[in-house]
Design a protein around this ligand. Sequence first.
Ligand code: PLP
Length: 395
Amino acid sequence: MKMSRRMEGLKPYLFVEINKKIAEKKAKGEEVINFAVGDPDIPTPENIIRRLCQAAQDPVNHHYPETVGLPELRQAIADWYQRRFNVPLDADREVLPLIGAKEGIAHIALCFIDDGDIALVPDPAYPVYNISTTLAGGEPYYMQLVEGRNYLPDLDAIPEEVLKRAKIIWLNYPNNPTGAVANLDFFNRVVQFASQHDIAVCHDAPYTEVAFDRYQPISFLQANGAREVGVEFHSLSKSYNMTGWRIGMVVGNAEMIGALGSVKSNLDSGVPQAIQYAAIEALSSSQDCITKHNAIYQRRRDLIIEVLNDIGLKAKPAKAGLYIWAKVPKGYTSMEFANDLLEQAGVVVIPGVGYGSNGEGYVRLSLTIPDAGLVKGLTRLSAWQDRKDRFKQKK
Ligand SMILES: Cc1ncc(COP(=O)(O)O)c(C=O)c1O
């Protein structure tokens, strides 16, 4: 069998490796506390499930859906953007439902990237931006996200020869994995940069609804002229605990959305209709569940930060998103730290280097762990550090 050349460079997805290690531990009868994956532990709100079940029983919804989604869903998405961000959208031209944001993020590379083209990709970042670029035959150019710049890329530092070959720029705020946020000045600068260099903006924003301390994340589409240069990917996964249902959306520039719609209609058949009805319910009904869930995440965030700082891992409370980005003690690489923690304490965190070279020296912990596991995990963390006193030895 002869596979394509593009398969040669394709490594296993970050979580596949981590889940394999967890499965091995579990097979040995060991209990593992998992702070790795950003998959809400709280169930999907009941009204959404009820609507899903009703819709699943209606034979109308047993057929192939349209790739562009139900007009009612596109309208519900447009109405939600209007209410939430004061951004008006044309539901027919500027909105496209996705089989989860990940699906659209992966496929849009096919609309822009030819062999040798460049996508500007943050480092560290959600891995799909660089993987989809490479699979499409392009090259990622890594924009350095560092703490000193609040994890915002320095657009002026990108070399001219890179800009000439660059077709898209990927951005993601609230940011995974760092928890950083962006303001309107930054997004306005991105619009100016994108129009100056004719680069399409792909802003990935699945975490705008997970926010703390009364902070309200903004949309890239609130920037002046944003819809002339780019799109925003969004998702119901994190806002409404719907990761398992696979539904997201892309909104903004009509030409980009049309192109992605063409690729998708040739490759997939859209989101199952019952799930589209569940999404309409999620977006159109009371948003109280979001406040309720954020209070839970905020409490967990504060608990984790307290323990981490106590044992010598520096971490700041993020204003938004589902993660804590913590500096590992001196003398450890992020991989060594994560491996030792798993082997010796049975606690899983993600080594920052899995998100890119600038993630070295950090680990990511997720807030989506049920309270009982969280307390157990934190107790293990404290005990591991006390018992071994390893952090000090390594310095
Ligand atoms: C930054 C980012 N974008 C996109 C996604 C995927 O979202 P979805 O579940 O809608 O595919 C994730 C999931 O963890 C993410 O962290």
